[in-house]
Design a protein. Structure first.
Length: 271
């Protein structure tokens, strides 16, 4: 089987009425962060697919070309599934969340229309450079399966994060093959990573007060959380910007290979 398998999955989709926003490990900050990621990728991943497919003809290496195609097909599956889960999130009726979500769409529409291929591919690489690290961390947390983690969201993220690790080298290889401009890549890492983290913070600030009013004070995110989030993420961000960074050097634990095999068995189809 190819190292970047394209799986078609079927998940148990939550509805707004039975979805608890504190779904991950009974931890409201972790839950809002993952929820923000789910919302973000609904518009980010169509952008990734379009940005990489429009440079596909410039790639001469047949192996990389196939990897790019598989990367795009995996990402297309991701945003299709996240859209279903996002319906439950948006269905909670958070004041201002749909407006912030729409602004995210306009960002990516603008990037594709006004920014060049190098900028867009650099954005894709900047995002992917961070998500590999987050995926490795997330799978460790999901693997513990806290009794108060919603198994529906856990299954979605386990699949998504595993595939992020499977295709971790593709965006980097596209950028290096076509451009190889380190200072520009460093700049795009900052732009892309700041973009997603700011969106997640904005979602937290919208969702937390509404959930405190709807549920109780355990849904409150203290103000100190926001600067701490940036500080906590700084080592991962800085790692992606170093001249010696490459996703080819990641050591993927055997447990993740085991998850990949399990997902192959659970998928409706695998190519």
């Amino acid at each position: 089987m190819h190292d970047i398998p394209v799986r078609k999955m079927e998940f148990d989709i939550p509805i707004a009425d039975d979805f608890d926003p504190k779904w991950q490990s009974n931890n409201i900050v972790q839950s809002y962060m993952a929820t923000g990621v789910s919302l973000y990728v609904a518009y980010l991943e169509p952008f990734l697919v379009k940005a990489t497919r429009r440079v596909l003809s410039q790639i001469s290496d047949p192996v990389l070309k196939e990897n790019v195609d598989r990367f795009c097909r995996q990402e297309a599956q991701h945003y299709t599934q996240h859209e279903k889960f996002n319906a439950a999130i948006l269905g909670k009726g958070y004041p201002g969340l749909e407006e912030r979500f729409y602004r995210l769409k306009t960002d990516f529409d603008y990037f594709l229309k006004e920014k060049g291929d190098k900028w867009c591919v650099g954005f894709v690489e900047g995002f992917e450079a961070l998500t590999t690290q987050l995926a490795l961390r997330s799978l460790r947390e999901l693997g513990k399966r806290h009794p108060k983690t919603d198994p529906r969201f856990a299954a979605l993220f386990e699949w998504h994060m595993t595939e992020e690790i499977e295709h971790r080298t593709v965006a980097y290889d596209i950028y290096e093959d076509l451009y190889g401009d380190y200072p520009f890549r460093m700049k795009m890492c900052w732009i892309a990573q700041h973009h997603i983290l700011q969106f997640i913070v904005d979602c937290m600030k919208i969702m937390s007060p509404a959930d405190v009013a709807r549920y109780d004070s355990s849904y409150n995110v203290p103000g100190i959380t926001y600067p701490l989030l940036w500080m906590t993420m700084s080592p991962a961000i800085l790692k992606t910007m170093t001249p010696w960074y490459t996703p080819h050097n990641y050591d993927v634990p055997d447990t993740i290979h085991g998850i990949s095999a399990k997902l192959n068995d659970e998928a409706k189809s695998v190519t």
